[in-house]
Every structure is written in C-alpha cells, then in structure tokens.
Design a protein around this ligand. Structure first.
Ligand code: NAI
Length: 327
C-alpha cells in the first residue's frame, strides 16, 4: 500500500474546513488508494473547535486517514507537508478598508509562505483559498522565494469555484450536461472582475459560443451571475459558500496531482503568457499531467476579451501595489 501523504489545512475550524476535511479523509482529493495525514492549523482561540472536528474525523473511521494533528504553530502544521491548503484568512470586518484587509492578510501569508518553504516537502503543492486568494498566494510565494527550497510555480490561488460556477450556468443555458462541456477558462482574479470565457468551450464537440449565440446574455447575465455568485449565496443562505468552495479546492488539487483530460482553470503565477506580468497569480487555462501543470498557450484573444482581461489584471496590479512594501 502507498505511504501516506501529509495534507496541511489552515483555518481548519472554519466553515470551509468543516466541508473539506471529511472529503480529503475519504479519498476524494488524492485518490481512493492514497492514505493521508491531516495537519490542521488554526488560531489559538480555535484549538478547542479543531479538537471537536478531529473527534468527528475519528468517528468516521476513515480507512485512509493515517493520522491527524492540530496546532497553532505554522512550523508544525507545514512540517513535511505534500499539499498545503491555505483556507484561513482575515475576514473583512465592519469599517475595514480594502487596503487594511490586504495588509492584514499580507502579515498572515508572509509568515505562512516562509514556514512552508522552511518546513514542507520541496515539491509541496500550495493552494490558497483564503481571500483575497490571488494576492495572498502571491505574497506566500514571494515569502517562500526568499527562503528557496520549494518550487515557486507551486503557489496557486483558487479560481476553480468560478470555473465550476460558470460550467453549471453554461450547462443550464445550453441544456447540455456539465460533463459534456470542455475547454472553459476563467481569466484573472477571484473576484467579480473575473472573466469566464466560453469562446473555446465545446459541448459534445460543438461550439458552445455558437450554440448560445447571445453576446448580450454573455455580458449582461452570464458574467455578472458568475461574478456575483458568492454574494448571491450569502444573501440566500445567510452564510458564505463553504461546501462548493471546499469542493473546488478538492477539484483543483485532485486534477493537479492526478491529472485531467480537460482544461482546468488554475490561479497560477504568470510566466508572462498573454501579456500578464510574470509572477502575478492569475486565472489561466491549464492542463495537468504527471503531477505538474502547464498554462495552455497561444489562444486567440479578441478585443472584447482583451478588455476584460485587462480589467481583472488592473485590479490585481492594484492589490499588488498595496502589499508591495511588505515583500
Ligand atoms: P470561517 O471564518 O468560517 O473560517 C476561517 C477560519 O480560519 C477560522 O477558524 C479562523 O480561526 C481561521 N484563521 C484565521 N486566521 C488564521 C491564521 N492566521 N492561521 C490559521 N487559521 C486562521 O471562513 P470560511 O467560510 O471557512 O472561509 C475561509 C476563507 O475562504 C475566507 O477568506 C473566504 O473569503 C475564502 N473563500 C474563498 C473562496 C474562493 O473561491 N477562493 C470561496 C469561498 C470562501
């Protein structure tokens, strides 16, 4: 049987943690034959709640769960980690400005990026879920690069929830099953500025853009629906999306580790593709194989798409500027 992989999860006592940990332990993320050890990080005041979650993990008697530890020390949580899911973040409190939110999170993610680079496996895969996730991933990566050791290409932000949201809207619009839809991409920041782009998407081989043939629906219905979905869920549920966010994190890491036939959207550090400055963590179309990923190159970017991509990039550049002094 396989040796266990170590999965560190931060914000383990939170809502997303509660939807995420049980599925990881059940084998949904790394495979049904892959034992896992969970290394749970949360703040000191949340340690008791983490203990409660660990009691429930015990009570599931998951055959693949080879161990679990809880800690408030990032150096312990990230020790020898193969995968790090950075879910915990500083939420925006009342009256907090956007810049304050960015720097409060900057403080968290510089510490965690350094701790990962010093403690985790050299080929660790890091996915930042905690918002603002692209910029938090950018910060963690910058802190990790100072240490060396780990692969700077392996610090990702989560765009998969936007990707999955867009897929389900397209399935509803076309009447095609989700599984029939291929080659979707969501460019940019995980925010309402993201650009979900179905110009290349096919349904059973047919062009989805041609099937829909409705640029007004694209611009005035589809993009706002996907972009503001998080707010719509808070409005309906009284709580933010947690199960679907946990599911997207599982999908992202699953495909990264185990490969994917289809394109997947990942927030990855730019290599300069499509005019996105190097290092910016940006939603790109990727393909995954052999435990690695590649940005899909050479897609045609028309004027409408260039405008959308430039807008979401502008927002990320502003976030980068707000944290520049911390790096
Ligand atoms: P939550 O508030 O229920 O849980 C957050 C947990 O993180 C808490 O247990 C808190 O104690 C912990 N935490 C805070 N700072 C920490 C630190 N420095 N180290 C370790 N743990 C820390 O929040 P929820 O609903 O689980 O969401 C978590 C994050 O995920 C939020 O930032 C949210 O905005 C983000 N999110 C991202 C999505 C995406 O698509 N990228 C989708 C949905 C949520």
């Amino acid at each position: 049987s396989k040796a266990p992989l170590r999965v560190a999860v931060t914000g383990a006592a939170g809502q997303i943690g509660y939807s995420l940990l049980f599925r990881i332990a059940a084998g949904d993320m790394l495979g049904k034959d892959q034992p896992v050890i969970l290394q749970l990080l949360d703040l000191p005041q949340a340690q008791q709640a983490v203990k409660g979650v660990m009691m429930e993990l015990d009570d599931c008697a998951f055959p693949l769960l080879a161990g679990a530890v809880a800690t408030d020390d990032p150096n312990v949580a990230f020790k020898d980690a193969d995968v790090c899911l950075l879910v915990g973040a500083r939420p925006r409190s009342k009256g907090m400005e956007r810049a304050d939110l960015l720097t409060a999170n900057g403080a968290i993610f510089t510490v965690q990026g350094k701790a990962i680079a010093e403690n985790a496996k050299e080929d660790v895969k890091v996915l930042v879920v905690g918002n603002p996730c692209n910029t938090n991933a950018y910060i963690a990566r910058a802190a990790a690069i100072k240490v060396g050791r780990t692969n700077p290409a392996n610090y990702h932000g989560m765009l998969r929830l936007d990707h999955n949201r867009a897929l389900s809207q397209l399935a509803a619009k076309t009447g095609k099953p989700v599984a029939a839809l291929k080659q979707l991409v969501v460019w940019g920041n995980h925010s309402p500025s993201m650009y979900a782009d179905y110009r290349f998407t096919t349904a059973d081989g047919a062009s989805v853009k041609a099937l829909i043939n409705d640029p007004v629906w694209n611009n005035d219905v589809f993009l706002p629906t996907v972009g503001k979905r998080g707010a719509a869920i808070i409005e309906a549920r009284g709580l933010s999306s947690a199960a679907s966010a946990a599911n997207a994190a599982i999908d992202h890491v699953h495909d990264w580790v185990l490969g994917s036939d289809d394109w997947v959207t990942m927030g990855v550090p730019s290599d300069g593709s499509y005019g996105i400055p190097e290092g910016v963590v940006f939603g790109f179309p990727c393909c995954c194989r052999n435990g690695g990923y590649e940005i899909i190159k050479g897609l045609e970017i028309d004027d409408y798409s260039r405008g959308k991509i430039d807008l979401t990039l502008k927002e990320l550049e502003e976030e980068r500027a707000a944290v520049a002094s911390m790096l």
